[in-house]
Design a protein around this ligand. Sequence first.
Ligand code: TRP
Length: 339
Amino acid sequence: MIDQTFPQRVFSGIKPSGGLTLGNYLGAIKRWVEMQEDPGYETVYCVVDMHAVTVWQDPADLTRATREVAAAMIASGIDPEKSILFNQCRVPAHAELGWLLSCVARVGWMNRMTQFKDKAGKNTEKVSLGLYAYPALMAADILAYHATHVPVGEDQKQHVELTRDIASKFNHDYGVEFFPMTEPVIEGPAMRVMNLRDGSKKMSKSGDSDMERINMLDDADAIAKKFKKARSDAEELPSEVAGLKDRPEAKNLVDIYAGLTERDTADVLAEFGGAGWGKFKPALADLAVEKLAPVSDEMRRLLDAPDELDAIMARGAERAAGVAEPILARTFEIMGFVR
Ligand code: TRP
């Protein structure tokens, strides 16, 4: 048995497919910044480009989206000095460990992945093999860094649990205590940003109408207009959280306000309870412009200097490889590879 103590290390990733929304900002990136500032954690954040190609990506779109995700992270406060920030394809350890772990994972485990079932629908014969296998690559992303904490949305919890199953089967089969049991850190419901036109659906980067989402690259006018036209309801704002029950659109707008000001929902309602939408929506629009416009301006500035952005990711990849390579090498060694 190898005795090993694991440092607290955070790993998370965003796929560069389509644009980024307020949901990515409030639900994920903002929290990643908080973890970065916590001295108890080492943080590794990745633009998971190899996951994006599990479904078709136009090459020019992949290039643009990769830079856009990196720019969004930096503009939102991920500091490439404090965190390791890079894009996945630059660190071959992900793909290599992904293969090894796909030989540990069982087909029966993959068959239980609900996201695959949802994404493939009736089309299970036509989707890529990569889409089916991708949770093993995700496990490799996490385990190549011996990550102990993975902040993700509820929809990714099952994949982190699979990562633990893979880690524990590996440890058991080879008689080692090598891979850690990674904890998912799940976003709270208030951090789940919903569609501005239908509060029962998650805000998605791929929905039909642009009015249903706030894109991280939207300018001030677009942000203000979208919040002013967001669907609400006929009642005024309640003074207590219980009053938002069965009012999904109202709840979403109040939660967004709370998220942007880093207050809790109850606190926002204590201020706005009894107000009508004619008062709340312009306040929300102003707040969102104040908070988001500097982020989108900085993103545009970074995207105008792609060489600078690429150099930051390349430097991050070197640091990432410095952590992942020895872990991969030890994995090969445990398994008996002659290298
Ligand atoms: N699967 C995640 C998603 O679709 C992205 C991802 C890939 C990820 N590898 C990861 C998230 C590792 C956390 C850790 O959102």
